[in-house]
Design a protein around this ligand. Structure first.
Ligand code: NAD
Length: 483
């Protein structure tokens, strides 16, 4: 069985405690590797390594930093098959999704920030006859990056790349549920010749390693992606220490389907937006609101299409939905389906896990849930208010625009929204009024790495992406010179 190790001060090292956690393949339910059960001692070692590396790395010429990040991107790309297989095995997502989205986007993240650092300029403000202000944007020092299990390498690199590009040294923690591609990344960094201590990856539990990173006095900024409750704890710990915080949290995203949409295309895209990665993408639309005049037509076409989705072995080329990430998460998803029934919801399709008989031998102990569509629930019930983060969506009719906005904005979250309409004026109007950080019109998940990424309300604080991340990972210092 393979043993994953921490990456500290340029080397792969075992945890100080020498304790390991079992890492399970969700498609089979089998333990297949061991993940370090690190603690505050490992975080301290990582911090010391990062601190020693900071002076050298922050003064490294931009072109050299750019080249190093490019080497890392190339290194991932060279091992593409290995990364794709590992991400699928660790998370349960279809192999073809890891190949089409996760790993290529991780490569793009490194390349994007490698080139961004060469174009990142700071401001100057002239005061005629008085003098000039110029703003330095300096690296913060040692920063912490903590990421979740749903898009493991993709979200990990989305933080690490801008942090490194701007000259910081990093103590990073991937999710203990999906540690494998972060381990492969350590190997790529060693092969690329990344100076020791610049990036340190400490594996382990959130309550131990994550908490120790957040509590560490020397770690000056935390970039976190994960659940809202964890975000709250992190904010409560970090705020009195005056740390810079970027929090990308949960969602309960609305999809608004207006009667004037292109119905066939909308049905097709909304199915994808609902069930990609088993519904375990923070941007998946889990509450679908449909204008009354087309409600039945949309519902029937939608359910018919969902029924064609194949759930099963992530390795199969025709699999649309793979395994749920863990047994615990599968049980959480199923408990929400039960709750929906108790709240009076009607299950239109799915509604259970996949029976063992429907799975091949390899996967018969895996964690699979059928894509589930529910109707008949009030928009304020728990099923429609709480994040499920699985292959479960609700369908709810609405009368008019105002009605749709009331329902869409009724949750505590505000990450993303999708609007389906051919009325341009309506699209602009609704986009402006919807409470979300990201709005797609007649599309979903189109990403331009230059745009601000993040949510409002309980979906987070701050933005990632483009200059936003570069600004987060730097400290502005204004300097005035008298003329
Ligand atoms: P989680 O909050 O349980 O864990 C996220 C990370 O935080 C993990 O690495 C975990 O070990 C760590 N952690 C846990 N407790 C900690 C603590 N006390 N201090 C520091 N770190 C701690 O989330 P998850 O279950 O891994 O991921 C699913 C959640 O992430 C969902 O709510 C989803 O919406 C959200 N998410 C949000 C975005 C976004 O961009 N807004 C993207 C992906 C996922």
């Amino acid at each position: 069985m393979e043993t994953i190790n921490n990456y500290i001060n340029g080397s792969l090292t075992e945890p100080v405690s020498k304790q390991y956690l079992q890492n399970i393949e969700p498609a089979t339910g089998q333990v297949y590797s061991l993940c370090p059960d690190s603690d505050e001692h490992d975080v301290q070692l990582a911090y010391e390594a990062a601190k020693s590396a900071f002076d050298g790395w922050s003064k490294t010429p931009l072109e050299e930093r750019m080249l190093m990040l490019m080497h890392i991107a190339d290194g991932i790309e060279k091992r593409m098959d290995e990364f794709v297989a590992a991400e699928s095995k660790d998370n349960g997502k279809p192999l073809k999704l890891a190949r089409a989205v996760d790993i290529p986007r991780a490569v793009s993240n490194f390349r994007f920030y490698a080139s961004a650092i060469q174009h990142f300029a700071s401001e100057s403000h002239q005061m005629p006859g008085v003098g000039i202000n110029y703003t330095l944007r300096q690296a913060i020092g040692v920063v912490g990056c903590i990421s979740p299990w749903n898009l493991p390498l993709y979200l990990f690199s989305w933080k690490i790349a801008p942090a490194l590009a701007t000259g910081n040294c990093v103590v990073a923690k991937p999710s203990e549920i999906t540690p494998y591609t972060a381990y492969l990344l350590s190997k790529v960094c060693i092969e690329a010749g990344l100076p020791k201590g610049v990036l340190n990856i400490v594996h382990g539990l959130g309550g131990k390693v994550g908490q120790a990173i957040v509590e560490h006095e020397g770690i000056k900024a935390i970039s976190f992606t994960g659940g809202t409750e964890t975000g709250k704890r992190i904010a409560a710990t970090a705020a009195p220490m005056f740390k810079k915080l970027s929090l990308e949290l949960g969602g309960k995203n609305p999809t608004l389907v207006f009667a004037d949409c292109d119905l066939d295309e909308t049905v097709k895209q909304v199915v994808t937006a609902s069930f990609s990665n088993q519904g375990e993408i923070c941007l998946c639309g889990s509450r679908i609101f449909v204008q009354k005049s087309i409600y039945e037509k949309f519902r029937d076409a939608f359910v018919a299409r969902v029924k064609t989705l194949k759930v099963g072995d992530p390795n199969n080329a025709d699999t649309n939905l793979g395994a749920i990430v863990s047994e615990q998460h599968k049980n959480k998803v199923l408990s929400y389906i039960q709750l929906a029934k108790e709240e009076g919801g009607k299950i239109l399709c799915g509604g259970s896990d996949l029976g063992q008989t429907e799975l091949n031998d390899r996967c018969k102990n895996g964690y699979f849930v059928l894509p589930t569509v529910i109707e008949g629930l009030h928009f304020q019930c728990r099923t429609q208010q709480e994040e499920i983060f699985g292959p479960v969506v609700t369908l709810t009719p609405f009368e008019n625009e105002e009605d749709a906005l009331t329902m869409a904005n009724s949750v505590r979250y505000g990450l993303s929204a999708a609007i389906w309409t051919n009325d341009l004026k309506r699209a602009h109007r609704v986009a402006e009024k919807i409470e979300a950080g990201i709005v797609w019109i007649n599309s979903w998940l189109v990403r331009d790495l230059r745009t601000p990424f993040g949510g409002v309300k309980a979906s987070g604080v701050g933005r990632e992406g483009g200059w936003e991340a570069m600004r987060f990972f730097t400290e502005p210092k204004n300097v005035f010179i008298k003329s």
